[in-house]
Design a binder for this molecule. Structure first.
Ligand SMILES: O=C(O)CCC(=O)C(=O)O
Ligand SMILES: [Fe+2]
Length: 218
């Protein structure tokens, strides 16, 4: 008999291959077992540590000078990863391998990745939106990793992915630990429904720099 544990455990290569297949087919992908168990626990511990220090702050909408804090659109709290700990470096290395794989397989020309921890306190949500802003195409692929054990339908907080053209829901994802969602940033509208218990995740974006950004060395 096949060892089911081996089938279910984390495989980076399998994850990248499945995500890429789905992105080509439908523009979005939902995967299980997306990170090693130990790394997931280290990330949760780090979020709790920084949250106790009150370092996760209300998230902003828009970019640069257009940044706004509108709690009627989103009410999560976030902290950008900057490689300040071994845990972050391990996770950022994994995202870097992901970026290189996307470039190799899909020729996306992604230059970098940015990501933040996010905590949605009880009652928090993020209304329907696109991750790529009008006039800025820099965010090309979005990726979200969930870190919550034993999440139930009744806990709310699902991520809904919508079809590009209409309001039809194409997928509804529970933010269960180990689940990862990946989609084309400018194509898939999505929404986080109100969570009824604290909800932790890491949201990341693979970006392409504009020629101006590149030439200025930004
Ligand atoms: O946490 C999620 O499920 C999605 C978060 C999101 O859409 C975002 O941060 O842009
Ligand atoms: Fe988003």
């Amino acid at each position: 008999m096949e060892c089911s544990l081996a089938v279910q455990s984390f495989s980076q290569k399998k994850l990248f291959t499945s995500v890429i297949e789905d992105l080509v087919k439908q523009g979005w992908s939902v995967q299980q077992n997306s990170l090693p168990e130990k790394l997931q626990q280290d990330l949760v511990d780090e979020i709790n540590y920084f949250d106790n220090k009150q370092l996760l702050l209300p998230a902003a909408i828009g970019r640069h000078h257009e940044k706004q804090f509108d709690q009627s659109i989103r009410s999560d709290r976030t902290l950008w990863l900057d490689g300040r700990s071994k845990t972050q470096l391990t996770f950022l290395n994994f995202l870097e391998a992901f970026r290189l794989n996307l470039n190799e397989q899909l020729w996306l020309g992604l230059d970098e990745v940015e990501c933040h921890y996010a905590v949605y306190d009880k009652g928090s949500f993020y209304k329907r939106h696109l991750d790529a802003f009008n006039g800025y195409e820099s965010r090309v692929v979005s990726v979200i990793f969930y870190l919550n054990k034993d999440w139930q339908e009744t806990d709310g907080g699902s991520l809904k992915l919508y079809s590009t053209k209409d309001t039809q829901t194409v997928s509804s994802v529970l933010p269960e630990r180990g689940t990862c969602v990946c989609f084309i940033s400018s194509e898939i509208p999505h929404e986080v429904l109100p969570a009824f218990r604290s909800r932790m995740s890491i949201a990341g974006w693979f970006r392409r720099q504009s020629i101006i950004e590149k030439s200025l060395g930004l």
